[in-house]
Design a protein around this ligand. Structure first.
Ligand SMILES: Cc1cc2nc3c(=O)[nH]c(=O)nc-3n(C[C@H](O)[C@H](O)[C@H](O)COP(=O)(O)OP(=O)(O)OC[C@H]3O[C@@H](n4cnc5c(N)ncnc54)[C@H](O)[C@@H]3O)c2cc1C
Length: 584
């Protein structure tokens, strides 16, 4: 007999674990979430928060979404990534990032009701964890996962209370390993991982210093300092990252992973900071020094029976593209509704088998993308004549040469411009963030072919209602004229059927199915004099079905199935589709 029983035991209160607990608790699921430390994130690692993640927070409720914006540095201040010789030194170039260029800003505005922002992990984690606890999750700190065993009915985990140093057992129906890049759960569950850990070494120097004079006129969250001799995470430069504008900063510096890890003294750390800032006597309040490694590892399968892994436990990669915490929270959004419906008896456990086929390809994609972004700095170094040597005079001469009035210098300037512009694949890859299309047993395409991408799929989001894709966002209006996103019509743990004038038989069939199965399924009719109006016509342009067709949308906003028109047997079709998805 276990000491404690719960339906879901989540190991880890990072972005993945806290989001899972918050989403499950919101659905009234009995969930316990544990963290071996007594604190939540104690350093602001993740910060770039993309629109898809904000949609998850919006789904958790307006108070959660608003609090995130309250603490976040807004998109406007995320500005241009700056390349320079030091913050006080010469600027070498810049690139508009994260949806801040006019063209990209328009794409962002058209894609989502939410806005990209910079929310350090030290704010995101408490927000998610607080939401989880406020909604009934059992949060337990100083509580370390040691091992687990699973059988046909559940999982028994052994945990250690680090305050009493006593071990105890928890019996759960399901175990979620959200225990980060050194996941013990993944190891114990035999989760297959591909790739290499420890590709490069990095040092984080967290500090307070007022840099307004060097940055306020050119806002950015990342300043890349290119000096001979600086080497961060295999990138070959130092990074000055804004934590709070403009007086709290994280300096990222590299170390040689083939050598023993350095132990920087406070003075050495401050010397690095001063070198990157370029102001010898700048006042620095150094608050923390920490070390981390660049990894290149992803799980090829994220489930073993009743055990699931998510977040860094399943995808381990450098911070490039800012995808780690975002993908972790999005893993949770995929998993939570499935667990909730299975635990409530609304779906068969087979629904959970769709988690890995849907999220493992994303894990591979983002790990690959983030690691690819590192060598893509190479052409910038080449254009500047930074050849990896420590001969400062030679490198300075190479950099100076680009200012000459010669054809060679003109070619060098053009090479630098192109190299910097190419970094949009790291700093403005909206497609990587938004184009996730699922294929699994929880999606029914009825043989409809996937629409090809007409633009670069990494850079540009392409909306579609093809089953598996996220429901496109457009603004629609309720009977009081209030503006709602199409995403607001969906989610919150429910399936949603969207149809238009002439689609009433779908509504009746959906209501009958919902009553028969006891599942949360709501319906919306969109059209003139209907409960939801499409005054702008944007929905008619986005939906890719006729008025009397329908879209069945999953609780995680992904289209589960669509019918282009009213079918001969709406009740039979919906029943067939829901049976396929829910496995019962
Ligand atoms: C410098 C830097 C910058 C980054 N920038 C970004 C960014 O801009 N955007 C972005 O999206 N991502 C970014 N990331 C990545 C991001 O921090 C991670 O991807 C994210 O924290 C992963 O969340 P997680 O919940 O999976 O794991 P973690 O945040 O690592 O959380 C793991 C949790 O599990 C707990 N745990 C571990 N083992 C045990 C155990 N045995 N028992 C109990 N508890 C345990 C830990 O205490 C912790 O609570 C950055 C990372 C770094 C280092």
């Amino acid at each position: 007999m276990a000491d404690i029983t719960t339906d879901v035991l989540v190991i880890g209160t990072g972005p993945a674990g806290s989001a899972t607990a918050a989403l499950l608790a919101t659905q009234g699921v009995d969930v316990m979430v544990v963290n071996r430390y007594r604190w939540l994130a104690n350093s602001p690692r993740a910060h770039i928060t993309n629109q898809r993640t904000m949609e998850v927070l919006r789904d958790l409720g307006p108070e959660v979404e608003h609090e995130a914006y309250l603490h976040a540095t807004p998109k406007e201040l995320m500005g241009n990534n700056v390349f320079c010789t030091s913050l006080a030194g010469e600027e070498l170039g810049r690139i508009a990032t994260w949806g801040t260029s006019p063209a990209s800003a328009a794409e962002h505005a058209l894609s989502s009701p939410t806005a990209m922002n910079d929310l350090p992990q030290t704010y995101m984690e408490p927000l998610l964890f607080k939401t989880a606890c406020a909604r009934g999750a059992q949060g337990r700190m100083s509580c370390e996962y040691l091992s687990h065993e699973q059988d046909a009915d559940g999982v028994t985990a052994t945990l250690r209370d680090r305050l009493t140093v006593r071990d105890f057992t928890v019996r759960a129906r399901y175990l979620v390993g959200a225990d980060g890049g050194n996941s013990l759960v993944a190891e114990h569950a035999g989760i297959p991982l591909e790739g290499q850990m420890g590709v490069a070494g990095s040092i984080n120097l967290l500090c307070k210093m007022d840099l307004s004079a060097y940055v306020a006129h050119r806002p950015s969250v990342l300043y890349w300092v290119m000096q001979p001799g600086s080497n961060v995470g295999g990138i070959g430069m130092g990074v000055v990252r804004m934590v709070r504008p403009w007086n709290e900063w994280l300096i990222i510096w590299g170390y040689d992973i083939t050598k023993p890890r350095p132990e920087l003294t406070e003075e050495e750390a401050k010397a690095i900071i001063r070198q990157l800032v370029g102001v010898p006597d700048i006042e620095i309040d150094l608050t923390a020094i920490s070390y981390w490694t660049v990894n290149n590892v992803y799980a090829t399968h994220m489930q073993n029976g009743r055990v699931f892994v998510m977040g860094d436990a399943a995808h381990r990669h450098p911070p490039s593209n800012g995808l780690g915490s975002n993908t972790s929270i999005q893993d949770a959004f995929n998993m939570a509704w499935k667990l909730s419906m299975v635990l409530k008896g609304q779906a068969s456990p087979a629904l959970l088998d769709s988690y890995s086929p849907e999220r493992a390809p994303v894990a591979k994609q983002i790990v690959t993308r983030a690691n690819k972004s590192i060598p893509e700095f190479g052409p910038i170094f080449q254009a500047l004549g930074m050849d990896g040597s420590f001969d400062h005079a030679r490198i300075q001469a190479n950099m100076d040469a680009r200012c000459d009035a010669t054809p060679e210098a003109e070619a060098q300037r053009e090479a630098l411009r192109q190299a910097i512009a190419y970094k949009k694949y790291e700093f403005d890859a909206h497609g990587v963030e938004m184009n996730q299309r699922y294929s699994s047993g929880a999606i029914v395409t009825d043989g409809q072919p996937e629409p090809p991408f007409t633009q670069d799929a990494e850079l540009h989001y392409q909306p579609t209602t093809w089953p598996g894709a996220r429901l496109p966002h457009v603004w629609v209006f309720d009977t009081k004229g209030r503006k709602l996103s199409t995403l607001d019509l969906c989610g919150q743990g429910q399936f949603t059927l969207l149809t238009g004038i002439g689609g009433q038989p779908w509504v009746e069939a959906a209501q009958a199915e919902a009553a028969k199965r006891g599942i949360p399924l709501r319906t919306h009719v969109i059209g003139p004099r209907q409960p939801i109006a499409d005054h702008s016509g944007d929905w008619a342009r986005a939906r890719e079905i006729s008025d009397a067709g329908c879209l069945l949308v999953r609780p995680d906003h992904h289209v589960a199935w669509r019918s282009p028109a009213l079918s001969a047997d709406p009740a039979g079709d919906l029943s067939r589709v829901l049976t396929a998805i829910l496995g019962k």
